[in-house]
Design a protein around this ligand. Structure first.
Ligand code: ADP
Ligand code: MG
Length: 305
């Protein structure tokens, strides 16, 4: 009984887009738009592992949706809906109220409906969200499409969230707690970018996935990395560490031909784009700072965990 009253009280709001059947039946029903492919992904957050137990529940709700919409965006797709699988150690109404509000706030901002899920009791608080989106058939932007000569670009700023984690209470903690999935940019890059990924584990590692999938390498200009002015107060090695190895930014990293880059700059974008390097035939990533070769020894993602 408790399970149904939780669903009805917290997770059964009206859908905000086309859903044939949402929360309340054995499955949800959607009608695929003509000539579109279904884009689908899932991400799980475990309390004590992906966030501290005392994290603001509103932020947890927001982030559990945002990280999935970021994966949909990284394909060049339009997000449509989510499913929520929730495992709760106990029924805490204050927590559920904050969590569901944060979840719906993120859904509302990006025009996404919660269309179903599962609610269970378990010793560990675990939140698993599945996101669904649509993309015109054959137009999804894969990791594997980078071409030699492509510009490498990244949206927003990198390193903010890792800096926020190490400086709790600082303005940049908001970038850790409330990441902004780049949904509009992702869709604008469909048909323009050759490859794309969202930056969740640090720019160097995530760009590395594009390079491996595309069998190419990269030259990165360290002086072009979009780094927050407060992070820029740190010594240079530390700045690069945050920008390249810090996690949880949820920006988009993409590669694009010089011609399409010009077209991109003519669009009305809702986030800044930085051109940080170029795709090369020699594998791996080379770094330079103001044109001078630079070797970077990463302390690794763990440093910030
Ligand atoms: P079943 O037993 O048939 O799997 P459930 O009793 O688990 O169905 O769920 C009832 C309805 O509530 C279903 O439509 C399911 O998708 C939805 N639901 C369950 N938990 C959640 C949740 N946490 N968020 C949103 N919808 C949920
Ligand atoms: Mg059933």
């Amino acid at each position: 009984m408790a399970e149904f009253s939780i669903i009805d009280t917290y997770f059964n709001r009206q859908n905000i887009n086309s859903v044939d059947l949402g929360v309340g039946d054995d499955s949800a029903l959607l009608t695929p738009p003509p000539q579109q492919q279904l884009v689908i992904c899932a991400d799980t957050l475990v309390a004590g592992r992906h966030f501290p137990l005392d994290t603001n529940p509103h932020a947890i709700g927001w982030k559990s949706v945002a990280v999935n919409l970021s994966d949909i965006a990284a394909m060049g797709a339009k997000p449509h809906s989510i499913l929520l699988a929730l495992s709760l150690p106990q029924i805490d109404h204050d927590w559920l109220k904050g969590f569901s509000q944060g979840l719906y706030d993120c859904c509302d901002q990006f025009g996404v409906s919660l269309i179903g899920g599962d609610t269970t009791q378990s010793p560990h608080l675990t939140i698993s969200v599945t996101a669904l989106g649509w993309v015109k058939s054959g137009q999804a932007v894969p990791r594997s499409g980078a071409q030699i000569g492509d510009y490498i670009c990244v949206s927003g700023q990198v390193g903010d969230a890792a800096f926020g984690l190490n400086h709790l209470g600082h303005r940049l903690q908001r970038r850790l707690d409330y990441p902004t999935p780049r949904c509009l940019l992702g869709q604008q890059l469909k048909g323009l970018a050759n490859s794309m990924i969202d930056v969740s584990d640090g720019l160097a590692q995530d760009l590395g996935h594009i390079l491996a999938a595309s069998h190419v390498g990269a030259e990165i200009e360290l002086d072009q990395l979009p780094i927050d002015p407060d992070v820029k107060q740190l010594q240079q090695e530390m700045q690069w560490q945050y920008a390249l190895a810090g996690g949880d930014d949820y920006e988009l990293c993409f590669t694009i031909s010089p011609q399409n880059y010009k077209k991109l700059l003519q669009l009305k974008l809702d986030v800044n784009i930085s051109k940080i390097g170029q795709i090369t035939p020699n594998l791996g990533i080379r770094y330079n700072n103001h044109g001078v070769d630079q070797v970077i020894k990463f302390k690794g993602y763990q440093h910030f965990a």
